[in-house]
Design a protein around this ligand. Structure first.
Ligand SMILES: *Cc1c(COP(=O)(O)O)cnc(C)c1O
Length: 371
C-alpha cells in the first residue's frame, strides 16, 4: 500500500487523491453523508432521487441549495440563481440567444480552449467581436484591460475566468460598459466575488461544485428580459426565473449534492476560508515548481490558476513516467489535457491540503530519482 491513501473516519475504504480536472474530487464528508441517507432520505423510506421534484423533501433541498449559493456568494436581490442542464457548453449558445439583440455585436475575450468554444457557438447565431486574443500564446495568460478592443453598444462582454486546460486565471476582471458574462466553470466558489460586477456568471457543476448534470447560472434579472419570443421556452432564462428552476424536472440528485457541498463550504468558513486555503495550496505547489529546474510552470506567473496547476517536465518520456508512477502511488488524474500535454494538477476546493503535500513530496522524490 502507498503512504498517500487516506482512510477517513476509520471507515474501510481506499480513497486516493484525485487531481482530475472534471468530473473532479468531492469532499469525502459529503459523499459519506449522501451514502448515509441514500436508501432512506430523512425517514421518507426512499432516496432523494426517487421522489417527486414537487414534494416537500425535494423542495426543501432545492430551496436550501439556492439559499446557500445566495449566502456564500452574497448574491444581491436583483439577481436570479438558476439550476439548468446541458452543461456550460449549452450556455455557449444560450447566452447569445438570450442576451444579444438582432444585429447587435457581442464582445468576446479569447484566452484559450474554453473561450474559443464559446466564441464558435456565438458566431453561429450572430456577430462577434474578438476584444482580445491571447488564446494561443505560450506561456498561457489572460488578457489585460489595456489590450481590450471593446465595441460601443455591445450586448455583453464574455470572458472565461479560469481556462481549465491551460491553467490561466483572471485575477482582475475586465471592465466594459456592456454587462460582463463569465464562464466560471472551474473556479466558481473558489474565491470571493463581487456579483454586481457581472451581468451573468455560469458554471458546469462537475469541477468545483458537485457531480456533472447541473449548470449554475446567476443572472441579473433585467438582462433575462431581453430575450426574443423566437427563443424556445426551455432555452429562455426568463422561463427558469419565473419557475424557480422547476419549469421541468431538474437534475434532483445533482442539486441535492450541491446542497450538501454548499452546506460543507459554509461549515468550513465560506469563501473567505476557501480563498485562503486555495491560495495556500496553489502557492506551495507553484513554489515547489519554481524551486526546481526539473519542473516548469506553463502559465504566465501573474495569471497562474489556483485551481488547475499546469507544468512540464524536461521530456515527454519523463512526463509519462511521472504520471504512471504517481498513479501507482494513489495520485491520480495528473495527465494534462490531450490538446496540450504535460501535467495538470486540479486542486479544487475538495482537494485536501494533505493531497497537495503528498503531490509535492512525490515530485521531489521523482526529481531526485530522474533529474
Ligand atoms: C469543463 C468546462 C466547460 C464545459 O463544461 P460542460 O459541463 O462539459 O459543458 C466549459 N467551460 C469551462 C471553463 C470548463 O472548465
Amino acid at each position: 500500500m502507498t503512504p498517500y491513501i487516506t482512510k477517513p473516519k476509520g471507515i474501510f475504504m481506499n480513497r486516493i487523491y484525485n487531481f482530475s480536472a472534471g468530473p473532479a474530487t468531492l469532499p469525502t464528508d459529503v459523499l459519506l453523508e449522501a451514502q448515509s441517507e441514500l436508501l432512506d432520505y430523512q425517514g421518507s423510506g426512499m432516496s432523494i432521487m426517487e421522489m417527486s421534484h414537487r414534494g416537500k423533501y425535494y423542495d426543501a433541498v432545492h430551496q436550501e441549495a439556492l439559499a446557500n449559493f445566495r449566502e456564500l456568494l452574497e448574491v444581491p436581490e436583483e439577481y436570479a440563481i438558476l439550476f439548468l442542464q446541458g452543461g456550460a457548453t449549452t450556455q455557449f449558445s444560450q447566452i447569445p440567444m438570450n442576451l444579444r439583440g438582432e444585429g447587435q455585436v457581442a464582445d468576446y475575450i479569447n484566452a484559450g480552449a474554453w473561450s474559443k468554444k464559446a466564441i464558435k457557438e456565438a458566431k453561429i447565431l450572430g456577430e462577434v467581436n474578438i476584444a482580445a486574443d491571447c488564446g494561443s500564446e505560450i506561456p498561457t495568460r489572460q488578457a489585460t484591460q489595456e489590450e481590450l478592443n471593446l465595441t460601443p453598444g455591445a450586448a455583453y462582454l464574455h470572458c472565461c475566468s479560469n481556462e481549465t486546460i491551460s491553467g490561466a486565471q483572471i485575477k482582475e476582471f475586465p471592465k466594459s460598459d456592456a454587462p460582463l458574462v463569465c464562464d466560471m466553470s472551474s473556479d466558481i466558489l473558489s474565491r470571493r466575488l463581487k456579483i454586481s460586477d457581472f451581468g451573468m456568471i455560469y458554471a458546469g457543476a462537475q469541477k468545483n461544485l458537485g457531480p456533472a448534470g447541473v449548470t449554475l447560472v446567476i443572472i441579473r434579472k433585467d438582462l433575462a428580459e431581453r430575450v426574443s419570443d423566437k427563443v424556445p421556452e426551455m432555452l429562455r432564462y426568463s422561463t427558469h426565473i419565473a419557475n424557480d428552476s422547476l419549469f421541468n424536472t431538474p437534475p434532483t440528485f445533482g442539486i441535492y449534492l450541491l446542497c450538501l457541498v454548499t452546506r460543507w463550504l459554509k461549515q468550513h468558513g465560506g469563501l473567505e476560508a476557501m480563498e485562503a486555503l486555495n491560495d495556500r495550496k496553489s502557492g506551495k505547489l507553484y513554489a515547489a515548481i519554481d524551486a526546481s529546474d526539473f519542473y516548469s510552470g506553463t502559465a504566465v506567473k501573474e495569471f497562474r490558476s489556483t485551481m488547475n496547476v499546469t507544468y512540464r517536465l524536461p521530456t515527454e518520456e519523463l512526463e509519462k513516467k511521472f504520471i504512471a508512477e504517481a498513479t501507482a502511488k494513489g495520485l491520480d488524474g495528473l495527465k494534462g489535457h490531450r490538446s496540450v500535454g504535460g501535467i495538470r494538477a486540479s486542486i479544487y476546493n475538495a482537494m485536501p491540503e494533505a493531497g497537495v503535500d503528498a503531490l509535492i513530496a512525490f515530485m521531489q522524490e521523482f526529481e531526485a530519482a530522474n533529474a
